[in-house]
Each structure stands twice: as C-alpha cells, then as structure tokens.
Design a protein around this ligand. Structure first.
Ligand code: GDP
Length: 304
C-alpha cells in the first residue's frame, strides 16, 4: 500500500512549475506543444500541421516535467508519451494501460461501521467518497451506480456518522463517508467527525483513493481546502471530483470552470504533481463514465 501511495501520489511543499510554452485547454491547464509532437509520432495525419511548433518547443525533459506537474499520469505511462487523446475529457487524468472494464453490473449494501476497525476485512479495494454536506455526494453515488436508493442509506437517522460499504460487482467497494461541515452542527460534533474520519483514513490499508467532492457552483471553501491539505499531508491518494458542473453562472458568481480554476490555484503550490481532478454533473451525467474509467485504472493497478 505504501508503495502504491509513493508511486501514485503527489509530494508536498514544492515550488510551482516553471512556465513553459504551452497551449491552453478549456479547463485551465496547459499541454506543452511537445504533446503535439508526441501525437504526431503516433498519428501521421497530424505531422504537417504541427511540424513548425517543434522548433520553439522546450527540451523534452522540461515538457515531461511540465506534464507531470499538471496532469495525473498513472503508472505505466511515461510523461513524454502523453497525447491529447489520452486525457479524459473534463479532467487532467491520463488513461494508462491499467484502465479496464469500468461497468457497474451490481451493487449491494454490505454494512455500516462505527469505526475503521469494524469495516469489512476481506481485503477488497475501496474508494471513499467524501465531501461537505450538500456537495452532491448522494446524487453522485446514485449516478455512478445508477440506482436511486443506494446512497440514501447514510442519510437515515443513526447512519449519518457511520462508514457505509457498498460492494460493487462482488469485487470492490464504494465507501460512503459522513459529510463534513454541517453548518448547524455544534463544534463538538464536527470535532468528533474529524477524529472518526481521520481514523478511517489513517488505518484503512485497502483504501485505493479518496474521491474528494468539491462543489464547482460556489467559490473555493476553506473547509474543502483544509480537507484537501490534510489528505495531502498524510499521503492519502485523492481525486478531486467537482460536482454540479452543469450549473449556470449565478448573477454575481463565477462559472463552474472559473471556480475550479480558482480552487486549483489555491491547491497547486502544495503539490509537486497536481492530484487527479474531474468535472461531473449528476444532472447531465457529465464525467460519470470517465470517473469510472479512472477508478478502474487505480483499482487494477492496486490489484497488481
Ligand atoms: P449530499 O448532502 O452531499 O448527499 O448532497 P445531495 O446529493 O443530497 O445533493 C444536495 C443538493 O444538490 C440537492 O438539492 C441535489 O439535487 C443538488 N445536486 C446534487 N448534484 C447536483 C448536480 O450535479 N447538479 C445540480 N444542478 N444539482 C445537484
């Protein structure tokens, strides 16, 4: 597990990447022009159009370093081999050789656990889903598994402070964790939540990654940044899942892609490699299949 975390995770407290010649994408990060060079190598039809760019491109080592700082490059992929087509739409996630069958055929509720040590001990890999209350966690879980009732379990009285395991395809778990930052909860309740959930993260060997849900329809929230930084400091693998990306700009607010860019800016100085991130909407289905594909590559690598 430690090996996995060391290989797949960002290290903290490094200077931001040096600026390089790059082409901006819709989602606020840049792919160096050398990516076009890589694409050309694999796709002869693009040779002519981008040939002139290579003369202005940075050395390959710089481009590879740049890709590593912006994109999530999974095991089995060399940064200088990444092409535009390998990046999942609406994300910074590169799809590598470990990506496989992402379909969810069956889901069953397994158990609710009051502590990490009460969780299932069968060794199956799991993804923990975490986020502020009202971030859209239940909606996302329902959208992923395409069932209306599954995630509602955690909202039933008495289950809000429990770790809820759902077995997928009899082989891996989705874990629904309590939402944090209840506006009306007394401080003491929030403190208990922290100790409880931190215990889970620090002691759960079968945790492949945390899906940290961030509401893209509002500006970056301190509590989300604190949570992301705590996970990062503790080397817990994480993917930022931006929710509600279908929402239109509010009268004074920013668009989801602008909020996402602001969030990335606040996070990026803490990471050598930016964690994986993806845009989703439970209303339109945006990002659903891409997120499941990403989870398949993390899971399959974990299984090795
Ligand atoms: P939870 O408390 O994190 O489980 O959040 P819910 O899944 O219950 O969602 C909270 C509110 O946000 C509900 O009113 C949902 O209808 C709404 N919501 C959730 N996901 C989306 C989304 O992708 N787009 C939009 N527009 N609304 C959403």
């Amino acid at each position: 597990m430690l090996v996995l975390r060391n290989r797949m995770l960002a290290s903290l407290v490094l200077p931001p990447p040096s600026p390089l010649l790059c082409k901006p994408t819709t989602f606020g990060f840049c792919l160096p022009t050398l990516l076009s060079h890589s694409t050309r190598r694999r796709n002869p039809t693009q040779n002519a159009s981008s040939a002139s760019k290579t003369t202005q491109s940075p050395p390959m080592a710089d481009a590879a370093r740049f890709v590593r700082t912006v994109l999530f490059v999974p095991p089995g992929v060399e940064p200088d081999e990444v092409t535009d087509e390998m990046v999942l739409p609406g994300s910074n996630i590169v799809v590598g050789p470990y990506a496989g069958d992402a379909r969810i055929r069956e889901v069953e509720f397994m158990k609710s656990s009051p502590r990490a040590k009460d969780c299932p001990k069968d060794g199956r890999p799991e993804f923990a889903i975490l986020g502020r209350s009202n971030v859209g966690k239940s909606s996302l879980i329902n959208a992923l598994v395409r069932k209306k009732e599954v995630a509602l379990t955690s909202k039933k009285p008495g289950k809000t402070q429990l770790i809820n395991h759902f077995l997928v395809n009899k082989s891996w778990y989705i874990v629904d964790l309590p939402g944090y930052g209840f506006a009306k909860a007394p401080d003491a309740a929030q403190m208990n939540w922290s100790a409880f959930t931190k215990g889970y993260f620090l002691n759960r060997d079968t945790l492949v990654a945390v899906l940290l849900l961030i509401d893209a329809s509002v500006p970056p929230q301190k509590i989300d940044l604190d949570c992301a930084n705590w996970l990062g400091r503790n080397n817990i693998p994480m993917t930022f899942v931006f929710t509600k990306c279908d929402k239109m700009k509010a009268s004074k607010g920013k668009r989801p892609d602008e909020n996402i860019r602001d969030f990335q800016q606040l996070i990026k100085q803490n990471y050598r490699q930016h964690p994986a991130w993806i845009m989703t909407s439970s209303v339109t289905g945006l990002g659903r299949d891409e997120l499941l594909r990403h989870m398949s590559q993390l899971r399959n690598y974990w299984d090795q």
